[in-house]
Design a protein around this ligand. Structure first.
Ligand code: PLP
Length: 230
């Protein structure tokens, strides 16, 4: 049995400590509770004890849980998104963390127009250039932004990365540093509809290092809900 309340408290404490190292407060860091494979009752419990942001990586799961959980929470799409599924979530999520290609940008623009809304996105960047991971290469991010500026329904709100899983998260500190550096470079360009407000980086294994390097949005599953059972 997991003790969600204790896990939540411990996690908050660790976030606070890491934030203070960079002269920030716990509240400056948005905690996304990653609920993939977690059942609806447990998610409700998490919401009751303070989760305000919920992250899922599969469209099907967001659709089902969104319908069942009638709470005022922010849904985040944090996983790889197929273009043909954009229509199912565009009116449900507050932020898509995984924009990584032109075809997806086109579809988001089209569906947002259709629903007469604007969509907030993060660009997913594959900083470590892992073959197994999605995301733009760091060197391609600027030109990608320039090529999607014409899509007036897309608001770029920052960057997201998934660091490689390693035993010692200190060895991937450079990943977070590079994403932060990239967001600074983009900021200086002053693009329209582009604001480097969020750096979505850090998971159970590495969120403290990520926060130390400037993350203000972490995506945590295991530390809250225990090991996932697939
Ligand atoms: C599953 C997942 C997480 C959470 O991972 P934990 O190690 O369980 O904290 C974060 N980000 C993404 C994109 C994920 O798919």
């Amino acid at each position: 049995m997991i003790n969600l309340e204790n896990n939540f408290k411990d996690l908050k404490q660790r976030i606070k400590k890491a934030a203070e190292k960079t002269n920030r407060k716990e509240d400056d860091i948005t905690l996304i509770s990653v609920t993939k494979t977690v059942d609806v009752d447990t998610i409700r419990q998490a919401i009751n004890i303070g989760s305000k942001d919920i992250g899922e990586n599969r469209v099907q799961e967001i659709r089902r849980k969104y319908k069942e959980i009638n709470e005022n929470v922010n849904w985040h799409m944090i996983g790889h998104l197929q273009s043909n599924k954009v229509k199912y979530i565009i009116d449900k999520v507050c932020l898509i963390h995984s924009l990584d290609r032109m075809s997806l940008a086109k579809e988001i623009q089209k569906r947002a127009e259709k629903s007469n809304i604007s969509t907030n996105v993060l660009l997913q960047v594959n900083i470590a250039e892992e073959e197994s991971k999605f995301g733009l290469l760091g060197d391609d991010v600027i030109s990608f932004i320039e090529s999607i500026l014409k899509f007036d329904r897309i608001n770029i709100k920052g960057l997201m990365t998934i660091a490689p899983y390693v035993e010692n998260p200190d060895s991937i500190r450079y990943v977070f540093k590079q994403l932060k550096g990239l967001s600074n470079d983009i900021n200086k360009k002053g693009y329209t509809n582009t604001e480097m407000k969020y750096l979505s980086m850090g998971m159970t294994n590495d969120f403290e290092v990520a926060i130390e390097e400037g993350s203000n949005m972490i995506r945590v599953g295991t530390a809250l809900f225990g090991k996932r059972k697939y």
